[in-house]
Design a protein around this ligand. Structure first.
Ligand SMILES: [Zn+2]
Length: 294
């Protein structure tokens, strides 16, 4: 499943072909994905210019000059492909695996006025697209309860300490709660907790307001969260299962995970070497080092 760094990678890949460009024609090849497509979808999009392409949590937000925003979520296997008029893909680093060329799962095609085609492909169809009035976006059910962006200035130690106070949930669940931090997912929580030396099984209250120690711990956790996300964005997003970058090139950051997917392998912290463990918390895999993470 694409996580925040992957979605950000897609945003950066799509921006040059979408922003400030008019959508000449949208073709919708089925009535729905996870949800039905917007009513009169093509008529509301055709001829309108994309004024900005933003990201909130794991949502891509294409702001249109019609006053509506096209909200796009990639679900499990959603991806975009960019094709020139001559059929060649736009970006370099292009090599496809079979599933990427499976046009049976091309569900939406945006033909831009430049002649570039942006194709949305989604084999499992857990993704979705919605059109929402831009002025109503912040109050929409998808967005109104979202916490701050993990890479934004609103995620401060004071904020996190306040949210953690009295919380009995384990740290893993707390950090995955989208009302606490928006867009942080399973992989990067495991990675950040390892960097911070915190056990995913500890109660979230360990981050709560106390003198001295907690503040340092929380500051460090925030900078570790930001570091793992920024590293992944820089590496072009990780490829897991079917995820591919917007230009069709697979990402490669998964090779750099320190704990995720490494059960039974040695911890990479110097002088540790303890075996990484996998446990299941709330139905999701957690990977951690029992020695480094307390
Ligand atoms: Zn270790």
């Amino acid at each position: 499943m694409p996580e925040l760094p992957e979605v950000e990678t897609v945003r950066r890949g799509l921006s040059p072909v979408l922003v400030d460009v008019r959508i000449a024609r949208l073709t919708q090849r089925r009535p729905d994905l996870r949800f039905p497509f917007p009513e009169r979808f093509a008529r509301r999009v055709d001829g309108h210019r994309v004024t900005a392409l933003r990201r909130r949590a794991k949502y891509l937000l294409a702001e249109l000059d019609s006053g509506e925003t096209l909200v796009m979520h990639l679900g499990m296997t959603g991806r975009f492909r960019i094709e020139h008029r001559d059929g060649h893909r736009l970006a370099p680093g292009d090599f496809a695996h079979a599933s990427q060329n499976d046009c049976a799962h091309d569900h939406v095609v945006f033909e831009m006025e430049t002649g570039v085609r942006v194709i949305y492909n989604d084999a499992r169809r857990f993704g979705f697209m919605l059109l929402i009035a831009t002025t109503e976006l912040a109050q929409h059910a998808l967005f109104r309860d979202l916490g701050p962006e993990p890479l934004g200035a609103e995620l401060t130690p004071d904020y996190l300490m306040r949210r953690a106070t009295g919380k009995k949930a384990d740290l893993k669940a707390f950090l995955l709660d989208q009302r606490v931090i928006a867009g942080l997912g399973n992989i990067y929580v495991s990675e950040a907790l390892h960097r911070s030396g915190l056990s995913p099984k500890r109660a979230a209250d360990v981050l709560a307001i106390r003198r001295g120690a907690a503040n340092t711990r929380v500051s460090r956790l925030i900078s570790d969260i930001q570091a793992v996300l920024n590293d992944a964005i820089e590496a072009g997003g990780s490829t897991l299962r079917d995820f591919a970058q917007a230009d069709g090139a697979p990402g490669y950051f998964q090779h750099a995970f320190r704990v995720y997917g490494r059960a039974g392998e040695p911890c990479l912290r110097s002088e540790c070497g303890c075996e990484i463990r996998r446990i299941v918390q709330a139905g999701r895999s957690t990977f951690y080092c029992p020695r480094c993470q307390r």
